[in-house]
Write a protein that binds this ligand. Structure first.
Ligand code: ARG
Length: 571
């Protein structure tokens, strides 16, 4: 990567670590650094002077990627890439294809994502976790990491007592064995939702219900046969719904290891903390304090001896680290769990489960409509499956009006509609930094002319259509052609892709990739508006532009695939 080479170059000259920018304006070079300004300040010297001296002392031998190096403004150093290197970028893309930008990092990362709660509908929050988590997984895999994807659904804990109570009281009570079997077999996610919402409404009138729910959960924990059997059904119904959503989203998570998996592993955790004297009793509960840290204590055992979400997460950390020995563990959830993960990570280090591992909580903001909140608490939850279906329908309507999609078969059209509809939903999420809120607006999600997946997919299809019409593909970009401003802009952008992918992974920010690919598509369309590819002025120009078009199509595809978005050939 170029910025690594430049870093070494400066290091050799002044023994300083520097970072580089890729200036927006091509007149400021392809890379730029303010190192001379920093050094001048330290040494009390004139920054331009420092920059000039630095530039003249650079050892440029063997660096044929480098064109001119300029001192600009108050003392910036701007590096321009050579023409020869630009041509090399294009041939690397042609050669490496879907591997262009990838890496050979020999490390291991666990990415935990999605993790919906059973007996509740799969909400938009879990959609965000699924999309962001999958993009991070894809990114790390692309960089060469061994990735372990884990789905950790909430299938344990006191809330499950509520649904158990409801089911047995409202649906199963007084029914024969045969009827009960029937009821459980034909249970739907909607039934579960109704019961769950019903519980909260009724419990306001009748506070004893909370106690009943607690008893039901206790039964579940004590392996009561009846409780266990009902719970299995609830779990099955929910998981079937989640699987439908994953298949809509084209998401596959390597492991399904839910909270209930840690049921038998929590005693050990409590023992570990006891032994090391890192937890103590407080008002009948058992808590972990964080001395010297601005964190409130966390609860390992409740007053009734029941374990908590926190206890399960510690068992979880211990298990994951022992089993996989990862370099990084990244967990994606909503931002309401920030404190929880601070406690979990701190406690894992205190007790020694985690030592050198990098523990990262990637958190996301809310999903909102322009008017406000996307869902309301009392039963009007937005059903994700419906939203996804609607996205596909709306995309279908767009394709119905498209000239270029005319020759597609109904099956192909259906596939393309999925790619655009679901791609639009994914992109709308991933274009934002995870921590930000998302505004849900169909007009934006499916806007063929704006910052949307459809716009980028359309650019890809345009490239592919040009390439298909060309009678022969050139084997290389050709040396003789003088590229234009618009073409130079595209190559500069293509060159940045490997660096963008690394930054996006390192900062857990898939939005960097989304921004990048939108920028690339815009630059290609700008070029396309000013230059003709198939009717180019000269043979050299035509060959170069075809080669460039092929590279753009490839890098759009590589970028979108990191975001889990498909690139149909026609639309
Ligand atoms: N099921 C949880 C929720 O929906 C998310 C799980 C997050 N992961 C974890 N290791 N606690 O709130």
């Amino acid at each position: 990567m170029i910025r690594e080479e430049l870093r070494k170059l400066i290091w050799k000259a002044v023994n300083e670590e520097v970072s580089f920018e890729r200036p927006e304006n091509p007149e400021h070079g392809d890379y730029s650094t303010n190192i001379a300004l920093v050094l001048a300040k330290k040494q009390g010297k004139d920054p331009r002077q420092v920059a000039e001296t630095l530039v003249s002392s650079l050892d440029r031998r063997g660096l044929d990627f480098l064109g001119k190096v300029e001192v600009a403004g108050p003392g910036f150093i701007n590096f321009f890439l050579s023409r020869k290197y630009f041509l090399k970028v294009l041939s690397s893309i042609a050669k490496e294809k879907e591997k262009y930008g990838s890496g050979k990092e020999r490390k291991r990362i666990i990415v935990e994502y999605s993790s919906p709660n059973i007996a509740k509908p799969f909400g938009v929050g879990h959609l965000r976790s699924t999309l962001i988590g999958q993009a991070l997984y894809n990114l790390y895999k692309f960089l060469g990491y061994e990735c372990i994807g884990i789905n950790y659904p909430g299938d344990w804990g006191t809330p499950h007592g509520k649904i158990l109570y409801q089911l047995s009281e409202k649906l199963l009570k007084g029914k024969s064995e045969k009827e009960r079997k029937e009821i459980l077999k034909s249970l739907t996610p909607q039934d579960l939702e109704k019961l769950y919402v019903g519980f909260h409404e009724e419990a306001q009138q009748d506070p004893t219900m909370e106690e009943e729910a607690r008893i039901w959960f206790k039964k579940l924990e004590m392996k009561d046969k009846e409780a266990r059997m009902i719970w299995e059904h609830i779990r099955r119904v929910s998981m079937e719904e989640f699987e439908r959503i994953y298949s809509f989203l084209d998401v596959h998570i390597d492991y399904l290891i839910g909270e209930s998996f840690f049921e038998g592993k929590m005693k050990e955790v409590v023992e570990d903390f006891k032994k090391k004297g890192l937890a103590h009793e407080s008002h009948g509960a058992f808590i972990v304090p964080f001395p010297g840290e601005a964190l409130p204590p966390a609860m390992l055992l409740k007053t009734d001896g029941a374990t908590t979400y926190f206890t399960r997460d510690l068992a979880n950390m211990k298990y994951r680290i022992q089993r996989w020995k990862p370099d990084i563990i990244a967990i994606e959830t909503g931002n309401e769990q920030i404190l929880h993960f601070k406690q979990v990570f701190s406690a894992s280090k205190l007790i020694g489960y985690a030592t050198k591992e990098k523990l990262v909580h990637v958190f996301h903001g809310l999903y909102r409509t322009q008017e406000g909140k996307f869902s309301t608490r009392k039963g009007q939850t937005v059903h994700l499956e419906e939203v996804l279906r609607e996205a596909i329908e709306k995309a279908s309507a767009i394709i119905g009006q498209s000239e270029t999609a005319r020759g597609l078969s109904p099956e192909e059209k259906e596939k393309v509609a999925r790619a655009i509809g679901i791609g639009g939903m994914k992109y709308n999420d991933l274009i934002q930094h995870p921590s930000g809120d998302i505004i849900f607006d169909w007009a934006k999600i499916l806007n063929l002319k704006g910052n949307s997946a459809a716009y980028i997919q359309y650019t890809f299809a345009r490239c592919r259509s040009i390439l298909k019409k060309a009678e022969a593909m050139p084997r290389n970009a050709g040396d003789a052609y003088e590229f234009s401003k618009e073409e130079t802009e595209i190559i500069r952008t293509l060159n940045a892709f490997p660096e963008v992918a690394r930054d996006a992974a390192e900062r857990f920010s898939p939005n960097l990739v989304a921004n990048f690919v939108f920028d690339l598509a815009q630059k290609y369309n700008l070029f396309y508006g000013t230059h003709s590819v198939l009717q180019a002025e000269t043979k050299e120009a035509k060959e170069f532009r075809l080669f460039l078009t092929q590279a753009v199509a490839q890098v759009i595809k590589n970028s979108l695939s990191l975001l889990g978005i498909q690139t149909p050939e026609r639309m």
